[in-house]
Design a protein around this ligand. Structure first.
Ligand SMILES: Cc1cc2nc3c(=O)[nH]c(=O)nc-3n(C[C@H](O)[C@H](O)[C@H](O)COP(=O)(O)OP(=O)(O)OC[C@H]3O[C@@H](n4cnc5c(N)ncnc54)[C@H](O)[C@@H]3O)c2cc1C
Length: 382
């Protein structure tokens, strides 16, 4: 009997891959193993839930049982893979061996944990899956104030969302402008001002060093001596591809699990995609790259070896107060920003000395110019 294709992870990468496989072959045996409850949901919606007043259950689109039936696969939920033995083509759940014909790692990225002193560690939430969101919503019940650590995409989105949901929001981050890895300063300032207009207070520069329970509140101590009283703390200081099991299995890793254009790891029958994968040097923790990867890998797994291509992949930051579209500039690119800023409408274009467009950032009304700029941008990985 041929062993199943085993997919580890039931996030957007795992489910999109299986959906694409099913378009090509409805019967191939597929086993999905997931540490969580296997509900199908869209992770980007987690940072829109307070503004829309949606519970975790309302954000879930279907149960694991429904997905298993719809996709004609077996799904093992609440099951954590603890080891991979590439030589014998076996994964382990504790002592239990599970054989695979091909193995797909779609196990995502983990939230970085801040190093914070004090006695309030159990009041610091990072929201990286539906269950985290459910726990955070339960903790937020009846609370008024939230402190968000981090002003990147997730921190900025939660700031907008929670202020829309009626919370009093402080953001603390050690950068000199928000969205530092995505936006040039002028564009970031436009977004910051929009959020400040809603009542968000930014504390840029310092770090939170200590959080203590004092009376009925939490008190955050910042490295610049300031203190902030709050009821809840969200940590959004960054995500890192999950690597531990891959390292233990002897797979090549760098920032992510290293894969080639066919999404194959350093082992012949093991593939990776989504937030855990590093595709020819690209570690992109976004949906568009994982969709492109799912389409290509499905072809490979059903018999037609297909390399993945990344086209132009703009990122939308969900700060509705000042919409943002950005095509990030690759690290170490040579060039300059040219910036046209009118209030909250900013158009920033990054071009090299020959005038070639390498990236852009658009805010406010300028977001509508994204289609024209996309036509001019070179694909990320043709
Ligand atoms: C708040 C928020 C907002 C976002 N907004 C956007 C956006 O607007 N646009 C955008 O493009 N991207 C956005 N992103 C990023 C996007 O959501 C991710 O890139 C994408 O969801 C990653 O999917 P994934 O399947 O690779 O990983 P995940 O969704 O993290 O799935 C990993 C799966 O692996 C399972 N798993 C992990 N370890 C094991 C193990 N050992 N054994 C078994 N199972 C395991 C987990 O249980 C889970 O099912 C956002 C992310 C967040 C957190």
């Amino acid at each position: 009997m041929t062993q199943p294709i085993v997919v580890i992870g039931s996030g957007l990468a795992g489910y999109n891959l299986v959906k694409e496989c099913r378009k090509l072959n409805p019967d191939q045996s597929i086993l999905m193993i997931t540490a969580d409850d296997g509900r199908n949901y869209s992770k980007p919606m987690l940072s829109t839930g307070f503004g829309k007043n949606k519970t975790a259950d309302e954000l879930a689109m279907s149960t694991a049982a429904d997905m298993a039936e719809q996709l004609n696969i077996v799904i093992r939920t609440h099951t954590r893979v603890t080891n991979i033995d590439a030589a014998s083509k076996t994964v382990f759940v504790g002592e239990e061996p599970i054989a695979y014909s091909k193995l797909v790692l779609a196990w995502g990225a983990e939230a970085l944990s801040p190093r914070i002193e004090g006695d309030a560690e159990d009041h610091i939430y990072s929201i990286n899956d539906l269950q985290d969101y459910a726990q955070f919503r339960a903790a937020a019940e009846g609370k008024k104030r939230v402190l968000i650590m981090g002003a990147g995409l997730i921190g900025a989105e939660f700031a907008n969302d929670m202020v829309s949901g009626g919370f009093d929001v402080d953001v603390v981050a050690p950068c000199d402008h928000i969205l530092p890895s995505l936006l040039p300063e002028e564009a970031a300032n436009a977004v910051q001002q929009g959020l400040e207009g809603l009542g968000v207070r930014f504390h840029l520069g310092p770090l939170v060093t200590r959080i203590s329970k004092e009376n009925d509140a939490l008190v955050a101590y910042l490295s610049n001596g300031q203190t902030i009283e709050t009821d809840l703390v969200v940590s959004a200081i960054g995500l890192r591809p999950r690597l531990d099991l891959a390292v233990k299995a002897g797979l090549q890793v760098s920032h992510g699990i290293v894969v080639n254009r066919e999404l194959q790891t350093s082992e012949a029958d093991i593939y990776a995609l989504g937030d855990c994968a590093e595709v020819e040097g690209h570690v992109l923790l976004y949906v568009l790259p994982l969709m492109a990867s799912a389409r290509a890998l499905a072809k490979t797994l059903t018999g037609t070896t297909t390399p993945v291509s990344y086209g132009v992949m703009p990122v939308t930051v969900k700060t509705p107060v000042v919409p943002v579209a950005v095509a990030p500039v690759a690290a170490n690119s040579d060039g300059n920003w040219s910036i046209d800023a009118q209030g909250s409408d900013v158009q920033a274009e990054f071009r090299n000395s020959e005038g070639k467009l390498l990236g852009y950032a658009l805010t406010g009304a300028k977001v509508m110019n994204k289609v024209a700029l996309n036509k001019e941008l070179a694909p990320l990985m043709p």
